[in-house]
Design a protein around this ligand. Sequence first.
Ligand code: AMP
Length: 188
Amino acid sequence: MNILLLGAPGSGKGTQGLILSRALGLPKFATGDLLRNAVAAGLPLGLQAKALMDAGHLVGDDLILGIVRDELDKQGAPEGVIFDGVVRTIPQAVGLAEMLAERGARVDKVIFLDVDDAEVVARIERRRELEGRRDDDPATVATRLRNYREQTAPVLDWYEGHGGVVRIAATGSIEAIAAEILRAVEEQ
Ligand code: AMP
């Protein structure tokens, strides 16, 4: 089962993706993690992406779709994948659908973690204190939220027209949100 997590920065995709990955025994794939690792390792991919990431902008669709293709090839034929923040534009949604179709698969469930801006800003501020992510400073967060609204929010409508979206009110305890996501995933 391929599950795609959508939501604003700080909506909990990483946290909930990890819980879901453990609960279902499926690998989690996050383009953000992969790009940060590439930056840390000084790989060409990281060098291409770093300035955009630091400024809070999205990395180009071709680069992202290249990463997704490599990852799908690497994984062979898994039972499914948890895609965490992998799709942030409509061309990426179209590209992922095509790549999965080539492999006889599809996105089976789209989960949207719905959190308002004030909560997102507060969560990211806490994360900055804990992890010190460069792109978690307030000015960059504002850019990331603007890019989210302009480029990623329309992806929800695209998925509404391609199989539907499960909307989860993602405020409250991590455990309660995880339980709700699991219920949604188990519902066929
Ligand atoms: P994240 O860890 O998911 O917040 O991602 C960190 C940064 O990586 C984002 O702000 C973007 O610059 C970049 N990024 C991650 N995934 C994508 C994607 N699917 N499309 C474009 N940029 C991405």
